[in-house]
Structure formats: structure tokens, C-alpha cells
Design a binder for this molecule. Structure first.
Ligand SMILES: *Cc1c(COP(=O)(O)O)cnc(C)c1O
Length: 399
């Protein structure tokens, strides 16, 4: 399996062991527990000497197939899954950070992650240093002062900023830190951080991995010694992935390769189109040559991803008029689905922040996040054209 290509892996990887009765698809095993008539065998499985399942909070065959597929796509040694992406993030941080420890990260992490950094970790007397995203020198300086964890996200939500993974891995490992990255936006199709030396890769499987906006889930993969500790934290604390959700995510992942190829090219075309629109102030997409992270993105990504954002003249008023006119876009908080999704950043990714915090993060109130779906590109562009054409001229003068 390891020498096959990504599309083939997305279909076949991780499933074989779970196929029973000649089934060609992974069964959804809803059983909460797994029984043993042989007391010695039960004991051997329970203490981990023999492969098998004991209780659904710990492991489950459907969930295991999902974990194995992600593990193989990311080229990781091990993987463990969670009920949501945020559970994956909070359980991972909870496994490694204790009072007196220090974590270095960037200002532009996902809104929920940023709340963990600014609200919850300080209450546990964990020191959090958040650097300007993209300021590699500052990150290196802060990491060199010593930290237990270096936590990255690239591209970021919502202005798709890029951090040089290889460079940060070196800084992190020189300081003896565990290097963790949220790879949700890129997906394993576009970026494999483990190849670049990252210790742990996290995904909100709710987004591109599942791809159909019908199941919540999270996953962490990477170094086995670290994943084992995170698994132990999760099996006790209980943020387990449900087998039905695991099945939906697995099924979604069969088309991951096809979806991401289309989403990469749709996002590129939409970004290029938006640059020609008078109403648009800025377009943020790493596939654009004028994007500050373009060269680093080109070096570490195979594709630039399905996510972009743009700011409009007239701010919130323009957003209020424009978004309801789109026919082929859900106005919703999620991203990474087969349908295009739009939303104001102040309502979606960064709703937890105050307007002042958003301003400090370089997120204008008139910023729109655009998650390109797999629609025909001509329809997406025409849809934007007709929506811009309906905007009242008065708004443009205000901008
Ligand atoms: C959505 C998201 C999360 C959180 O995932 P949930 O499944 O909603 O808990 C974390 N990181 C990024 C980059 C996300 O987009």
C-alpha cells in the first residue's frame, strides 16, 4: 500500500482488516462492547498483548478503519480519532501541557484553537506565546527560549497565511519541542507535514476529509510514542468518534483525491476572477503569485487548497447584500464540503473574537471566507458575477 499513489490509497487504504463476510465495504459496528468466551484471550486483548476490541470508548472496528486510512494518507506511524476536530486539538494539548509549561504558536490559528490558547491554557498556568503569523524570525526567537510544544497551522483560517514547515520543524526540534500542525485546510492530498519532520498532524475531519458536511470528527496522527499517549488520554476522557460518523467520513474519503483536485482548481479560478472585480479590495489565496506565502506554499504543497478569502469595498453592508444573492453557495459556518460555502469571517471562523481582536489579527469586518465546492467553475463565476451586479451603487461610493 505504501508505494501506491494518493488516489488509490484514498480508496483502498486501511479497510482490508475490517472486511468480514466478503463485504467490499467497511461495516458499521454499533456494538458498545466485544465479548470473549476465553478468559485468557479477553485478558490478553484487555492488556494490549493481542489485537482486538473490548469497549467502544477505547476502540471500534469502523473507527479503526478510518484511523488507518488517515494514517496511511499522511504517512504516519499511528493515528487516533475524536468526536470533533476541537476534541482532537484539546485532547492533544491536554496530553502534553502541564502547569509551568510553555507553548509557542501563531496568532492566526482556527478561532476555537485561539480560544484554548487565550482563555483555557492560561487558567491552567500554561504560558502561551502567540507570534505574528508569517514572522519566521520571531517564531524562531520565541521557540529558542524553550517550549514544550510548537503548534502551527498552515494555511490559516481565514486569510490563508503560510508558514514554512521545514524551517519551523528545525527550530522546534532544536529546542526539544513537540511540533504539531493543524493540516485541515491543506488535506493530505495537498500537504504531508510528516514528510517535512512534523511530529503530530491534526485534522478536523468534519471539513475536507469527510467532505459532505454530514459528520463531525477529528484525528491526530504521527509519531507512535506520542499518539499512544494521546490515545490513552482520549480513551479515559471519552471524546470518542462515533462508528456511524466514522463510516460517513470513510466513505467521504474515498473521493478525497478527486474532490481536492477540483476544489484546488475551482479556488484558483475564483481567486483570479475576484482580482478583476471592482468591488473587491483584497483576495487572499496562496495560489496567487502576489500572495506573500506563495513561494513557501509552492515548496511545501502539491496544490494550494480549496480555501480563499476576499474583502469587499463597503464592508459589512456589502457583505449583507452580496452573500444572500449567491445561488450556488451555502451561507454557513463550515468549510470543505462538496458544495461551495461562504460566510463572513466575523460570523464564522472568528466569531469567538471581539472586533478589536479580529482587527489585531488582520481580519477586516468585510472579509468573506470562500470554500470552493466541486461545482462547474463557469457556474461559480457566473453566480458571483450576477451577485456583484445586483449590489446597490451607493455602497461602492462608501468604500
Ligand atoms: C473546523 C476546524 C477545526 C475544528 O474542528 P471541529 O470538527 O469543528 O471541532 C480546527 N481547525 C481548523 C483549521 C478548522 O477549520
Amino acid at each position: 500500500m505504501m508505494d501506491t499513489r494518493m488516489g488509490t490509497k484514498a480508496l483502498w487504504a486501511g479497510e482490508k482488516e475490517q472486511l468480514v463476510h466478503g463485504a467490499t465495504q467497511v461495516p458499521v459496528v454499533h456494538s458498545v462492547s466485544f465479548g470473549y468466551d476465553d478468559m485468557d484471550e479477553w485478558y490478553e486483548v484487555a492488556v494490549g498483548n493481542k489485537k482486538g476490541h473490548i469497549y467502544g470508548r477505547n476502540t471500534n472496528p469502523t473507527v479503526e478503519a478510518f484511523e488507518d486510512k488517515v494514517k496511511i494518507l499522511e504517512g504516519a506511524e499511528a493515528a487516533t480519532s475524536f468526536s470533533t476536530g476541537m476534541a482532537a486539538i484539546s485532547n492533544t494539548l491536554g496530553t502534553f501541557l502541564f502547569p509551568g509549561d510553555r507553548i509557542v504558536s501563531i496568532k492566526d490559528t482556527y478561532g476555537g484553537t485561539n480560544k484554548i490558547f487565550t482563555e483555557f491554557l492560561p487558567k491552567q498556568h500554561i504560558e502561551v506565546e502567540l507570534c505574528e503569523t508569517g514572522d519566521h524570525e520571531l517564531l524562531e526567537e520565541e521557540v529558542a527560549k524553550g517550549c514544550k510544544v510548537l503548534y502551527l497551522e498552515t494555511p490559516t483560517n481565514p486569510t490563508v497565511k503560510i508558514t514554512d514547515i521545514e524551517r519551523m520543524v528545525k527550530a522546534g526540534h532544536d529546542a526539544g519541542a513537540i511540533v504539531i500542525i493543524d493540516n485541515t485546510f491543506a488535506t493530505p492530498i495537498n500537504q504531508n507535514p510528516i514528510e517535512l519532520g512534523v511530529d503530530l498532524v491534526i485534522h478536523s475531519a468534519t471539513k475536507f476529509l469527510g467532505g459532505h458536511a454530514d459528520a463531525l470528527g477529528g484525528v491526530v496522527c504521527g509519531r507512535e510514542d506520542l499518539v499512544d499517549q494521546i490515545y490513552h488520554y482520549r480513551e479515559i476522557n471519552g471524546a470518542t468518534l462515533d462508528p456511524m460518523a466514522a463510516y460517513l467520513l470513510l466513505r467521504g474519503m474515498k473521493t478525497l483525491h478527486l474532490r481536492i483536485e477540483r476544489q484546488n482548481s475551482n479556488a484558483q479560478r475564483v481567486a483570479e476572477y475576484l482580482q478583476t472585480v471592482d468591488w473587491v479590495d483584497d483576495v487572499f489565496y496562496p495560489g496567487l503569485e502576489n500572495h506573500p506565502g506563495h513561494d513557501i506554499a509552492k515548496k511545501q504543497m502539491r496544490g494550494f487548497g480549496g480555501m480563499l478569502s476576499f474583502s469587499v469595498k463597503g464592508g459589512v453592508d456589502t457583505v449583507r447584500h452580496l452573500l444572500p444573492e449567491l445561488k450556488y453557495a451555502n451561507r454557513a459556518a463550515n468549510l470543505g464540503a462538496v458544495e461551495t460555502i461562504v460566510g463572513p469571517s466575523r460570523t464564522t471562523s472568528h466569531v469567538e473574537c471581539t472586533p478589536e481582536e479580529r482587527a489585531a489579527m488582520g481580519i477586516p469586518e468585510g472579509l468573506i471566507r470562500y470554500s470552493a465546492g466541486i461545482e462547474d467553475i463557469e457556474d461559480l463565476i457566473q453566480d458571483l458575477e450576477q451577485a456583484f451586479a445586483k449590489l446597490p451603487d451607493g455602497l461602492l461610493a462608501k468604500g
